[in-house]
Design a protein around this ligand. Structure first.
Ligand code: ADP
Ligand code: MG
Length: 275
């Protein structure tokens, strides 16, 4: 299968001379994959996705999206990538939720009836029909994320990029967004690229996790393999999930368990031992 996104040994200089150099493993995303970019603050996650979006120009290395350099083919690529930035307040610009979701389609002179149909379809999918006439400014953090998400996917992109989508969301909004992302991926085959520093969500939304540390992409495995590598997290400064820590302790005491990928896995293993 041909990768839809490919990044190799990306080097970037910010205007103040800060250097970001992401070498190590090649960053490869296959169509319809759910890929999480995991790393502590300042590790280069936003820099990486800014290059994938064609917003920044690399000094060195390869950045390819759908076989093209996204910086040189900005317009073409952006039609195929939806994005939700970390700070949605900078992204939501419509005076009402409806206007915001319709924004790009109006710019592209899409027919009014067609716009209305698509806005309502996407609003129904994301369960935000009841806030279409609201002023975005007054919405909650979780609602704003959903509005930005609606705007990002209303034109049926091939790829959806989200920068730290779970940051500062409460538990309910977080699990809402998680299940919406999985739904979008499953029903429309949209490729997901999600950055986070929260290890607890990876088992719910990742087929593959790229771990960034010290300017290197050091791991690109599935949740099961990644979560069992507790020493790795400690080394890179990320907090291991509680379950991983607990089961690691049990293993050290000689109990025959594996580091679980999620609560259900943990429950099944424990029940097996108890019975
Ligand atoms: N606009 C900028 N100007 C200068 N340095 C920046 C800028 N944006 C990010 N950096 C620096 O680049 C490095 C990577 O940052 P970033 O990609 O934002 O990491 P992350 O998203 O993982 O927190 C950090 O050292 C950060 O301070
Ligand atoms: Mg960031």
């Amino acid at each position: 299968m041909n990768a839809i996104v490919k990044v190799n040994c990306l080097k970037h200089f910010y205007p103040d001379k800060t250097k970001v150099h992401l070498c190590g493993l090649e960053f490869l995303v296959n169509p319809s994959d759910r890929v999480v970019v995991l790393g502590p603050n300042g590790s280069g996650k936003t820099t990486l996705i800014s290059h994938i979006l064609g917003l920044l120009k690399a000094v060195d290395g390869t950045v390819e999206v759908m076989g093209m350099d996204p910086y040189k083919n900005f317009e073409k690529i952006r039609k195929n990538i939806g994005v939700v930035f970390q700070n949605v307040d900078e992204q939501i610009i419509g005076p009402t939720v409806y206007d915001d979701i319709a924004f790009t389609m109006r710019n592209d002179k899409v027919d009014k009836g067609e716009i209305d149909k698509r806005v309502k379809e996407i609003a129904s999918l994301l369960k935000i029909e009841d806030i279409l006439n609201k002023v975005p400014h007054y919405l909650s953090g979780g609602q704003k994320k959903k509005v930005a998400l609606a705007g990002a996917i209303v034109n049926s992109p091939k790829i959806l990029v989200m920068d730290e989508p779970f940051d500062s969301l409460d538990v309910t909004s977080k699990s809402d967004i998680l299940s919406l992302l999985n739904k979008i991926n499953k029903e429309f085959g949209i490729t997901l690229i999600i950055t986070t520093h929260d290890l607890n969500i990876v088992s719910e939304v990742a087929d593959k996790i790229y771990l960034i540390s010290d300017g290197k992409i050091i791991s690109g495995e599935g949740p099961k393999e990644l979560l069992s590598n507790i020493e790795l997290f400690e080394k890179v400064g990320l907090e291991a999930p509680l379950l991983s820590k607990l089961f690691n302790k049990l293993r050290k005491k000689g109990i025959d368990v594996e580091i679980p990928v999620d609560i259900k896995d943990a429950e099944e293993q424990l029940l097996k031992i108890i019975n």
